[in-house]
Write a protein that binds this ligand. Structure first.
Ligand code: SAM
Length: 278
């Protein structure tokens, strides 16, 4: 039996999931040190780390940004979070960070990946204030009008819309700028957009090699790195809070674990920002 055939240990894999093709949710899980991944995911992660030394560290720097941004918002009283492209649960999930600061904070996770959804369901079994929806971010109406959104989120009050390390999986042909605009228009004033996004601005060579590797892996996902100006446009209609759109390690770092101080390039492979709808 090969590594990626089903064994009783893999009983957590929902039926119909093709584990012979890497998924970006599982590859990212492996880069973060998680256990919900298979050989093709691990091979893609290893190849990415080879082409882009420090890729695992970059994933952790992004994850740390997510935690800081959620704390920043909870400290300002934001108690509703819509986390789209939430991924496979790992350390410092949004509801954990938010509910530590505001015990009644409500979180709706959304992901298209069935394994991310199955594990989030397990994690949230006893949490009435958080839920997971399997949906594609390219269908804002189905997310915003879902039974879960209606139960958990009050769109007449400020919410935090999180799209962390996921919009680079939305190709230009699907017009992510217009899609984010549809979410923005549904949010009340005082809502926030938290977004991080892969860029090739620092290392065109490494990112295009990583992109080609993903293409060759038969993954259904296609990476679209974007420039600083292009990512900035995704915040149209939001006012960026300090320090603006910066490398994710440089967004209000709170301590040594938040960023790489040995290789500064690693802090800037992913742009991150938080914007407020006026
Ligand atoms: N947001 C988490 C973080 O930053 O730690 C997880 C990021 S993970 C790299 C990207 C996630 O986005 C994956 O779980 C993937 O399944 C999800 N994703 C990609 N495209 C998506 C789409 N069109 N709709 C919903 N989820 C999507």
């Amino acid at each position: 039996m090969t590594d990626h055939q089903m064994t009783p240990l893999d009983a957590w894999v929902p039926s119909g999931v093709d584990v012979t093709v890497p998924s970006m949710a599982r590859t990212y899980d492996f880069l973060l040190g998680g256990g919900h991944n298979f050989a093709p995911d691990r091979e893609l992660a290893a190849r990415t780390e080879q082409l882009m030394p420090g890729a695992g560290k970059v994933a952790r720097i992004n994850r740390a940004f997510l935690g800081r941004a959620v704390r920043y918002l909870a400290d300002r009283g934001v108690d509703q979070f819509l986390d789209i492209g939430s991924g496979i649960p790992t350390v410092g999930n949004v509801h954990e960070v938010a509910q530590r600061a505001l015990p009644n904070a409500r979180v709706l996770y959304v992901d298209k990946d069935p394994i991310a959804v199955a594990h989030s369901e397990l994690m949230l079994t006893h949490n009435d204030n958080a839920d997971i929806l399997r949906a594609d971010m390219r269908d804002p109406a189905s997310i915003l009008t879902s039974a879960q959104a209606r139960r958990l989120l009050d769109l007449s009050r400020p919410i935090a819309l999180l799209m962390v390390m996921m919009v680079h999986w939305v190709p230009d042909a699907d017009d992510p700028h217009a899609l984010i605009g549809r979410y923005r228009d549904a949010l009340s004033a005082g809502s926030y957009l938290v977004l991080s996004h892969v860029t090739a601005d620092q290392r065109q060579d490494q990112i295009s090699d990583a992109r080609n590797t993903i293409e060759q892996s038969r993954s259904a996902d296609h990476l679209t790195p974007r420039t600083h100006a292009e990512v900035l446009c995704l915040f149209d209609g939001f006012d960026l809070v300090e320090p603006g759109l910066v490398g994710c390690g440089l967004w209000q770092p709170a301590g040594p674990g938040d960023l790489s101080d040995t290789n500064h390039e690693l802090n800037a492979h992913i742009y991150a920002g938080v914007g407020r709808k006026p």
